[in-house]
Ligand binder design. Structure first.
Ligand SMILES: Cc1cc2nc3c(=O)[nH]c(=O)nc-3n(C[C@H](O)[C@H](O)[C@H](O)COP(=O)(O)O)c2cc1C
Length: 198
């Protein structure tokens, strides 16, 4: 089994994601996101991919979280998908940009009510004194923003886009002779393709 060569890694990624959507038990669109503080300490967590197109990989989160702090200090990141059912992996590395307020507003407006209120209630990644405290906050927010009314987006709930500089495709092969194709964006904004040893 070999990866079909394609000039366009975004299209190749989209085809693998579409395949994974049919075969994964859950969360085919979940990726590990690695960030790094300015003094070189890495951290990683799972996160949902919300959009992929020629501009990059988009995700949403709280900019006051640990990852948000690290992205503010050092706007570079790496992501990694692993689809067990397909025995495939994709990783990408690149610069991070924050998406426009309008784009973030549109996405937030589309979220279910419970998640909108949840975004207001959560001071993501900071200490929470008790579960009850969070539930109390949610109850108060449900009064402040009744169901059926517009819930505004908290300014800290933002979207980021990873603009890939490299994208690598890995496919399990028998005898550990895995297939690896690495795409690197060149100065003409085209992709150079290299096959790598497993
Ligand atoms: C399957 C899965 C999907 C997740 N998706 C998101 C997401 O889209 N946005 C988000 O902020 N956290 C998401 N999380 C929670 C993060 O893993 C993490 O706990 C949180 O963002 C805080 O990370 P930080 O403290 O490193 O900033 C997800 C967790 C899992 C297991």
């Amino acid at each position: 089994m070999h990866i079909q060569n394609s000039d366009d890694p975004i299209a190749l990624f989209q085809s693998w994601l579409a395949e994974a959507t049919k075969t994964e038990v859950n969360d085919p669109d979940t990726m590990a996101l690695a960030t790094c503080s300015k003094d070189g300490k890495p951290s990683v967590r799972m996160i949902l991919l919300k959009q992929i197109d020629k501009n990059g990989f988009k995700f949403h989160t709280n900019k006051e979280s640990q990852k948000g702090g690290e992205l503010a200090e050092n706007p570079h990141a790496a992501i990694c998908f692993h689809w067990k059912s397909l025995r495939k992996q994709v990783r990408a590395e690149g610069k991070i940009e924050i998406i426009t307020k309008q784009e973030a507003d549109d996405y937030f407006a589309d979220r279910p009510y419970e998640r909108q209120v949840g975004a207001w209630a959560s001071q993501q990644s900071r200490p929470l004194e008790s579960r009850e405290h969070l539930e109390e906050k949610i109850k108060k927010l449900q009064v402040q923003y009744p169901k059926g009314t517009t819930v505004p987006r908290p300014a800290y709930w933002v979207g980021y886009r990873l603009i890939p500089q490299t994208i690598e495709f890995w496919w399990d092969n028998p005898d550990r002779l895995h297939d690896r194709l690495k795409y690197t964006k060149n100065s003409d904004e085209n992709w150079d393709i290299q096959r790598l040893y497993p």
